[in-house]
Ligand binder design. Structure first.
Ligand SMILES: Cc1ncc(COP(=O)(O)O)c(C=O)c1O
Length: 436
């Protein structure tokens, strides 16, 4: 039978040539995108509440990003920074060293993906400290490479069948107040989950062996789990006391996603090492490790790097992204968007029993869906249905969380009011349909 659409034709071919494990959430194929609008190969339009998983904070095909990439492509596309370096990488490193929280000298290195940034942050932390152990958290996601996967918490689909994992990784419970792993209630608990690091360093791994603690300021894939204000300052104090480095994985939370350039600013914590990727270069594959200069400089020449790291097109795109943040006051837009979303999401919680909690900071917001507000049974199936409903109606939105029951939004910060309204109406209709 003839395929009924271009997407269907592509899906048929795909089944023969793309590995099944390399799955997609939708079966439509994109042709072009602009701002917060996607258009598929069959001419259907979608509002984008996913942003390519937190990558398109400045919006799809921003003219300044397109111009920067085109200009650079006409000059040169690759020499390998390790062979013949170039100015855009230096300019970008200068900007990032200024922007990443921390009132100390910093240095940066560039690689290609989030997982690679995590790998390199761990390499630097181990090298500089001379220690091996890394402490990570329940619900964490740090990527799909061996180290990224080892640090990641969710077994299926990310780890299942892929062991053995990297050694010397120790996992602690996180500050998931809605489902406190210690059975406590905030604020009466006095963030005992952060103090727990002290006893963890007695019963699981010695501080003298621990190179670093790695955290996501807001756990992304894990369900937009957002710790209370005291949490990270406490963790950092304990780390400092024991000479343990603090790595902030800002891959999903960075570049304006939460209303500040980096999310750790909300907790007033300056990590020793920060990983940056996703929205840094508006879709060009680029990631960075930015950290204390003494740590970053400790590694011997060529101990870190890679053929494509600091790709010149990607660096130019990232410089354009940072310029857009300034010229279009995107941080202000981000905060305004966050307020609008919070207001609507709080209404959703009032209106729909299935919404157990609204959480996040700025426009990095999520709805945790539960079958029953008392038992808090995760409503993973409902979330899946909701994502499907939205797609049918022209809205791309993502679920996350250990049980897939958290609906998260990561739309471009440049989304228009009209697009936002249209998307939120679809989402509200979908929530209503779940309870019909
Ligand atoms: C916090 C965090 N760390 C690491 C990664 C891995 O990034 P990548 O998929 O670019 O390897 C992700 C991706 O979602 C992430 O959200």
């Amino acid at each position: 039978m003839e395929p009924s659409s271009k997407s269907e034709a592509l899906n048929r071919t795909r089944a023969n040539v793309i590995a099944k494990g390399y799955a997609s959430g939708t079966d439509t194929y994109v042709e072009r995108a602009q701002g917060a609008l996607l258009c598929d190969v069959d001419g259907r339009e979608y509002i984008d509440f996913a942003g390519g998983i937190a990558v398109m904070n400045v919006g799809h095909s921003h003219p300044k990003v397109v111009a920067a990439i085109q200009d650079q492509a006409a000059k040169f596309t690759h020499t390998c920074f390790m062979v013949l370096p170039y100015a855009p990488a230096i300019d970008l490193a200068e900007r990032l060293c200024r922007l990443v929280p921390g009132d100390f000298d910093k240095a940066a290195l560039f690689i290609n993906s989030g997982a690679e940034a995590v790998e390199n942050a761990v390499k630097v932390a181990r090298y500089a400290s001379g220690r091996q152990a890394i402490i990570c958290f329940e619900n964490a996601f740090h990527g799909r490479t061996l180290m990224g996967m080892s640090l990641t918490s969710k077994v299926k689909p990310y780890k299942f069948g892929f062991g053995p994992f990297a050694p010397e990784i120790y996992r602690m419970p996180f500050a998931y107040c809605y489902r406190c792993p210690f059975g406590n209630t905030y604020p009466g608990c006095d963030t005992a989950c952060a103090d727990y690091l002290e006893s963890f360093l007695v019963s699981h791994v010695a501080p003298e062996n621990t190179a670093a603690v790695i955290v996501e300021p807001i756990q992304g894939e894990g369900g937009f789990i957002t710790p209370p204000p005291e949490y990270f300052p406490k963790l950092k104090r304990i780390c400092d006391k024991h000479g343990i480095l603090f790595i902030a994985d800002e891959i999903q939370t960075g570049i304006g996603r939460t209303g500040t350039m980096f999310a750790m600013e909300h907790w007033g914590v300056a990590a020793d090492i920060t990983t940056v990727a996703k929205s840094l270069a508006a879709g060009m594959p680029l990631s960075a490790v930015v950290g204390r200069k003494d740590l970053m400089d400790s590694v011997h020449p060529s101990g870190v790097g890679g053929t494509y790291g600091a790709n010149p097109l990607a660096c130019r795109a990232a410089l354009a992204v940072l310029e857009i943040f300034e010229t279009e006051d995107l941080l202000k837009k981000s905060r305004e968007l966050g307020e609008k979303l919070r207001q609507r999401f709080d209404q959703f919680q009032d209106e729909f029993e299935i919404v157990g909690e609204v959480r996040g900071i700025g426009p990095m917001l999520a709805l945790e869906l539960v079958e029953d507000r008392h038992t808090k049974t995760p409503a993973g199936e409902a979330a899946k249905k909701l994502v499907g409903f939205c797609r049918e109606k022209g809205l791309i939105i993502l679920a996350c969380g250990g049980y897939g029951n958290v609906i998260r939004v990561l739309m471009p910060l440049v989304i228009t009011d009209e697009q936002l309204e249209k998307g939120l109406t679809i989402l509200a209709d979908g929530l209503a349909a779940l309870t019909d």
